[in-house]
Design a protein around this ligand. Structure first.
Ligand SMILES: *Cc1c(COP(=O)(O)O)cnc(C)c1O
Length: 425
């Protein structure tokens, strides 16, 4: 751990010594009253890489100049465009290239994966999620349970927290599986929980789930681009994520899906579309669907090129920065923020997120001592100061220093702003 100090000298020296500091210059930092805002919302909408505009414009130019020929001509022909992000995406999530595909959005991919991997039977109808799951995840699993003719009252099992602040230990997962495992068709848990910032041990969960005969899928919305992932080695059956949070690929960006190699040529049922058809014979336009082996075989449509261009830019940044280096900085940066809250802001704020670096990513979920009204007041004060976090009901402020563009000085600015607010109370 660094020898953290709550001084501008220390923060600036640490920023100057940061080998990743140049990456900040590759992003557009939203201004606040003529200066850069302090943007801690990369867990909700990551910032725009400067190179995105040119990348999107290039595709607009090809469309203008080539029309339909853009599918085959240009620097990156549209026909194969999703393949141009594949290797970087695979590296980022620790998968084989054939195990990942950029397509659709998170909610759509979650449903497509459940079509294949949630196959309930009378004996084994249930899905396990965490209590307090993100709404779309809950709605999606509930609607799938109903779609198959089962009742969420008995077939949706919510894993209750066994630690303070809604945190869930691996032991609690073990216990729920020991009790209900034989009835659970699918274990569907997050990589990082969106509200409290807890990171889960994917490999341990996949092993536990498989031991009880369950399929295991992960929602990595808050984990991708945040934590180093080893999806292949985790053994998970599938995973899904969005790309507009830590991946900085823009509002509504194209999401991603991982399907473990062992299912790549499976005969599991799936909802099919022409882009999932074997590439070599796709344009014979035959009536018989023959899936492309691997994750590609779950594609439905020809991909949205204008939306994929920013993802390509983003993954290029992650490749150059390297997830291992980003994580190293992230541990220090979030560690600094945590240190400031626990020392300088003790009695004002409390951290909900686990204290151990191994159990969290970049995000700290923070509660204001004094309750919800105080929390809202601080949140609004921070926004007025250009310190951008977000609010999650009922009482949590989420602050996420993103190692690609946040600085130690940003964490100190947050600390000083909270102190200034507190003096006015
Ligand atoms: C952000 C997020 C989503 C968003 O889903 P979209 O389909 O991209 O709108 C879903 N689940 C979790 C856990 C999230 O954090």
């Amino acid at each position: 751990m660094l020898d953290y100090q709550a001084t501008p000298d220390w923060a600036h020296a640490s920023d100057a010594a940061d080998t990743l500091r140049a990456f900040r210059g590759e992003f557009l930092i939203p201004p606040h009253e003529g200066r850069d805002s302090v943007y801690f919302c990369g867990n909700s909408l990551g910032l725009q890489p400067r190179a995105v505009r040119e990348a999107v414009n290039a595709e607009l130019d090809y469309w203008g100049e080539l029309g339909v020929e853009g599918h085959f001509k240009g620097r990156l022909p549209w026909m194969d465009y999703h393949e141009f992000v594949r290797d970087d995406l695979a590296t980022l999530v620790g998968a084989r290239p054939s195990e990942v595909v950029a397509m659709n959005t998170l909610g759509v991919n979650l449903h497509l994966m459940m079509v294949s991997f949630y196959r309930p039977t009378v004996e084994r109808p249930a899905i396990l999620i965490e209590a307090g799951a993100f709404p779309t995840d809950r709605y999606a699993v509930e609607s799938q349970i109903r779609f198959h003719g089962f009742d969420p009252a008995t077939a949706l099992i919510e894993l209750e927290a066994d630690e303070a602040n809604g945190l869930i230990s691996t032991a609690a997962i073990e216990r729920v599986l020991a009790e209900h495992g034989a009835r659970i068709a699918l274990v569907m848990l997050p990589g990082v929980q969106y509200r409290n910032g807890q990171a889960f041990d994917l490999k341990a969960i996949a092993e536990l789930g498989h031991r009880h005969g369950c399929m295991v899928g992960f929602d990595l919305a808050h984990a991708v681009g945040n934590l180093p992932l080893q999806l292949h080695d985790s053994g998970a059956d599938f995973a899904i994520w969005c790309s507009y949070k830590y991946l900085n690929s823009g509002p509504g960006a194209v999401g991603g899906t991982f399907v473990h190699e062992r299912h790549g040529s499976s005969t599991l049922p799936r909802f099919a579309g022409w882009w999932g058809h074997d590439k070599s014979t796709r344009f014979q336009m035959g009536p018989q669907f023959v899936p492309t082996p691997g994750a590609d075989g779950w594609q439905l449509s020809n991909p949205p090129i204008l939306a994929l261009a920013p993802l390509r830019v983003s993954l290029d940044i992650f490749r150059r920065a390297g997830m291992a280096r980003l994580r190293e900085k992230s541990v220090q940066l979030t560690g600094y923020l945590d240190h400031l809250v626990r020392t300088e802001l003790a009695g004002m704020l409390e951290v909900v997120t686990p204290a151990e670096a191994s159990r969290r990513g970049a995000q700290l979920s923070i509660r204001v001592v004094g309750g919800r009204a105080q929390g809202r007041a601080l949140f609004e004060y921070l926004m007025l100061q250009g310190i951008i976090g977000d609010w999650r009901e009922p009482d949590v402020i989420r602050i996420s220093p993103a190692p690609l563009y946040n600085r130690f000085a940003d964490c100190l600015a947050f600390c000083r702003a909270v102190q200034a607010w507190h003096r006015t109370r």
